[in-house]
Design a protein around this ligand. Structure first.
Ligand code: ADP
Ligand code: X2W
Length: 300
C-alpha cells in the first residue's frame, strides 16, 4: 500500500519520523545519565511485553543512556510457593518470609526471573549482567522490624525481610563503564551471613539515589497512581501522598512503591515516575517523548 504525503495516521512515515525527531532533545539531555528502571513482577505478564521491554532497554543504552534494571517478581514467587503448597502473606506490602519462603525467593528472583531478563536483553542485542545483593557487596541489609500499626510502639516480626543498610555501587559502576546493563535482584545480605528479602521498590529507590540517577521509572500494572474513583493522578506532591496514605487510597504494593519514590525524589533523583508496564514501549514514551505517561512524584 502506498501512503500519501498528507497521511497523518500513526503509521505514516511522517509521523514515525516526527516521533524519532522528537526524541533528539531527550537523547541529548540524558546522554551519559543513569536511569534506574524498576521492572515489577506484575509488568512481566506477557512474553511479547517482556521482549519489547528488553528492546527498549537496549535502545536506551545504544543512544547513550545508562539503564540499570532492578526487578521484582512478587507474582512469580507466589506461583512457586503455591507449587509447594504455601500461600503468600503480606503485611504493609511486605511478604512475610520464613526460612523456606526465603529459599524460594532466592531461587525465583536471583535465578529464574533475573536470568530470563538477562537473556532477553542479550537476545535484543545488549550485554546484560545479573547481580544479587551479594555480588560486590552491592546490597547490605539487616532484619526489618515493622512498626505494628494497630499497637503503637510495638514491632512485628516478618521473618527474613531486610532493611537496606548500605548500597556499595562500585560493581554497578564498573559494569556501566564497560557498557554492560546491570540487572539487579532485590536480595540483600547481612553481616550475619544471611540472605534477606527486600521489596524491589525499596532497592530501586535507594539504587537511584546512590547512583545519582537522573530518572527512576517504576513499571507496574496500573496506569499510575489512581484516586478513590479510579482516575489517574498525573502528579503527586509529598503533601498529597501523606493524605492518600492516611485515607487508604494508596494501599498494598503501592505503599512501598510510593514511599521509596518519594524518598528518591527528596534525595536528589531529578524525576520519578510510576508507569503502566502493560503499555508497550512505556519506557521509551516516558523517557524519550513529550508524552509523559503515568504519575510523576515530586518532593514538594
Ligand atoms: N492508589 C492506587 N493506585 C494504583 N494502584 C494501587 C493503589 N493502591 C494500591 N494499588 C495496588 O498496587 C498494585 C501495584 O503494586 P504491586 O502489586 O506491588 O506491583 P509491582 O509488582 O509492580 O511492584 C496495583 O496493582 C494495585 O492493586
Ligand atoms: C519483602 C518483599 O515483599 N519482597 C518482595 C520482593 C519481590 C518484589 O518486590 O516484587 P514486585 O516488585 O513484583 O512486587 C516479595 O517477596 O514479593
Amino acid at each position: 500500500m502506498t501512503t500519501s504525503s498528507s497521511d497523518t495516521s500513526a503509521h505514516s512515515p511522517t509521523v514515525k519520523a516526527d516521533v524519532l525527531s522528537e526524541a533528539l532533545p531527550y537523547i541529548r539531555r540524558f546522554h551519559g545519565k543513569t536511569v534506574v528502571v524498576k521492572y515489577g513482577g506484575n509488568a512481566m505478564i506477557e512474553e511479547e511485553l517482556q521482549r519489547s521491554f528488553a528492546r527498549d532497554v537496549v535502545l536506551l543504552k545504544l543512544v547513550g543512556l545508562n539503564p540499570v534494571v532492578v526487578h521484582g517478581g512478587g507474582p512469580q514467587i507466589n506461583d512457586a510457593l503455591k507449587r509447594i503448597g504455601k500461600e503468600g502473606t503480606f503485611i504493609q506490602g511486605m511478604r512475610v518470609t520464613d526460612a523456606e519462603t526465603m529459599e524460594v525467593v532466592e531461587w525465583v528472583l536471583g535465578g529464574q526471573v533475573q536470568q530470563d531478563i538477562v537473556m532477553m536483553i542479550n537476545e535484543a542485542g545488549g550485554k546484560a549482567v545479573g547481580l544479587t545483593g551479594k555480588d560486590g557487596c552491592l546490597i547490605q541489609a539487616r532484619k526489618k522490624l515493622l512498626a505494628d500499626q494497630n499497637k503503637p510502639g510495638e514491632w512485628l516480626d516478618i521473618g527474613y525481610v531486610g532493611d537496606i543498610t548500605r548500597i556499595e555501587p562500585a560493581v554497578v559502576k564498573a559494569l556501566q563503564d564497560d557498557q554492560f546493563i546491570p540487572v539487579i535482584s532485590s536480595i540483600g545480605y547481612g553481616e550475619d551471613g544471611r540472605a534477606y528479602n527486600i521489596n524491589a521498590d525499596l532497592v530501586a529507590g535507594k539504587m537511584a539515589e546512590v547512583l545519582g540517577a537522573e530518572k527512576l521509572v517504576m513499571m507496574t500494572n496500573t496506569p499510575g497512581v489512581l484516586d478513590k474513583n479510579g482516575n489517574l493522578l498525573r502528579s503527586l506532591s509529598a503533601q498529597t501522598i501523606d493524605e492518600l496514605f492516611a485515607d487508604g487510597t494508596i494501599s498494598g504494593g503501592m505503599l512501598p512503591k510510593i514511599s521509596s519514590a518519594l524518598d528518591a525524589a527528596r534525595n536528589g533523583v531529578t524525576s520519578v515516575h510510576v508507569v503502566d508496564g502493560r503499555v508497550p514501549h512505556c519506557l521509551l514514551l516516558e523517557i524519550l517523548t513529550d508524552q509523559g505517561v503515568g504519575t510523576m512524584i515530586s518532593s514538594h
